[in-house]
Design a protein around this ligand. Structure first.
Ligand code: NAD
Length: 302
């Protein structure tokens, strides 16, 4: 397929690379020229703007870091909406159901179909093509883009209602955000009491406490204290805020989600939006007066 791809960051770059490797013809754009250049070296064509991408391709994918970026790229001046050839805009970003519906409505005025397609599974999943790809939009258009989306992961059709895949994604990321905090509190409790955090993680992963933080994030980025998992704190906080908004708009009051939301606001305030989200343990450590892990994965009490 001829595919346009806008936003070549932590997620977009490996997804675009897989599409090239699978034989698709890619036209790419990113405000960071160096990111596009690397894909051109792998066989993609460079475009000069989102409109330029949409002038050349019927299907345009995007993986962007904020709601505003998705709105501007899709519907702003020089955006996909002005493209001559484009038929479908597939947003792989997490923007929440309200923004997805807004973009869907604006694009529909120009007969461009918006397909929601948020993904889960992190940078590793994007590299291996094992993401969970949640799709909502008109069924026929979702089918039409399946050959491309199947290259980046397992495709789940969520529904035709605009934004429903975003609701699915927010439910997933609320759980991921919660697991990161709950695992941090559990391990800090153990370390404060004198337990070895490496042993704790092994036990949790062999037991009923197993979750994606204990399985992936702690061994890879927390215990070695590399804090380099590849997902920014700012993006995690965006998703947690979106999940809370979604719950409120449905008239729900969610006690766990509100506690999780409050703690992530402390993390972004103390550690900054650019930090990797695995730093979530640091404010919890500071409050407890311990540090988890280290070069040998052995705990050290302050
Ligand atoms: P990122 O910040 O690494 O990449 C975003 C890219 O978009 C950058 O290369 C940036 O230069 C580019 N960009 C920004 N504004 C642009 C514009 N106006 N026009 C063109 N390019 C523009 O972010 P990411 O981690 O790749 O995340 C992208 C999306 O995927 C987010 O919605 C995020 O929530 C979601 N997501 C991320 C992960 C993860 O593990 N990183 C996992 C699942 C979903």
């Amino acid at each position: 397929m001829e595919i346009g791809f806008i936003g070549l960051g932590n997620m977009g770059f490996p997804m675009a690379r897989r599409l090239i490797e699978a034989g698709h013809q890619l036209t790419v754009f990113d405000t960071r020229k160096e990111a596009a250049d690397k894909l051109v070296a792998l066989g993609a064509e460079a475009a000069s703007s989102p409109k330029d991408v949409a002038d050349r391709c019927e299907t345009v994918l995007a993986s962007l870091p904020s709601l505003q970026a998705s709105l501007e790229v899709a519907t702003g001046p020089g955006g996909v909406i002005e493209g001559k050839r484009v038929k479908r805009f597939v947003d792989l970003s997490t923007v929440g159901s309200q923004m997805a519906s807004k973009i869907q409505g604006l694009l529909a005025e120009r007969n461009i179909v918006q397909i929601d397609s948020p993904v889960s599974g992190g940078v590793g999943g994007a590299e291996k093509g094992t993401l969970a790809v949640m799709v909502s939009g008109p069924r026929a258009d979702c089918e039409a883009v399946k050959p491309a989306l199947g290259v980046i992961g397992k495709v789940f059709f969520i529904g035709e209602k605009p934004g429903s895949a975003q609701t699915m994604k927010l439910a997933n990321n609320f759980l991921s955000a919660t697991a990161m905090l709950a695992t941090s509190e559990a391990v800090v409790m153990g370390v404060k009491a004198g337990l070895d955090p490496s042993v704790m993680i092994d036990v949790i992963n062999a037991g009923s406490g197993l979750n994606t933080a204990s399985r992936d994030k702690f061994p890879r980025s927390v215990l070695p204290r590399s804090f380099d998992f590849g997902f920014a704190t700012g993006l995690m906080v965006k998703d947690v805020r979106l999940a809370l908004e979604e719950m409120k708009s449905l008239g729900l009051s969610m006690e766990v989600a509100e506690a999780v939301g409050r703690l992530w606001e402390v993390i972004i305030r103390d550690e900054g939006a650019e930090s990797d989200f695995t730093v979530a343990i640091k404010p919890i450590e500071r409050a407890a007066g311990v540090v988890v892990g280290g070069a040998k994965g052995i705990h050290a009490a302050k």
